[in-house]
Design a protein around this ligand. Structure first.
Ligand code: ZN
Length: 104
């Protein structure tokens, strides 16, 4: 199962770009496996956004790469739609806001 991820990484389709958004179409078994990663899936691919979908017609993992949505967070460099929505810290994303608030 992890081979599919490795291959996707090696294909450079994914690269190490936090500007990217990855759309995965996974066969049923792999879908369940990937879903198990939850939010960590994004970190695994080192991209800003991961969209996971199922594909029952294919036995292979399909990877589509596009531009991430939202603005780039000035703290973690992840593009997220939540950037700009916080009145106190419009330059950072919701995750970072919660982190600093927690430290605060
Ligand atoms: Zn952030």
């Amino acid at each position: 199962m992890t081979k599919a991820l490795e291959r996707a990484r090696q294909q450079k389709v994914i690269g190490h770009s936090l500007d990217a958004r990855v759309r995965l179409k996974a066969p049923q078994k792999l879908y369940g496996f990937l879903q198990g990663f939850g939010p960590e899936l994004r970190e695994l691919f080192i991209v800003s956004q991961v969209e996971l979908g199922g594909d029952s017609d294919s036995a292979e993992l399909t990877v589509e790469v596009g531009r991430a949505e939202g603005e780039k967070c000035q703290r973690c460099w992840v593009s997220d739609k939540s950037v700009g929505t916080n009145r106190e810290h419009p330059e950072i994303c919701q995750r970072c806001f919660e982190t600093i608030r927690g430290e605060g």
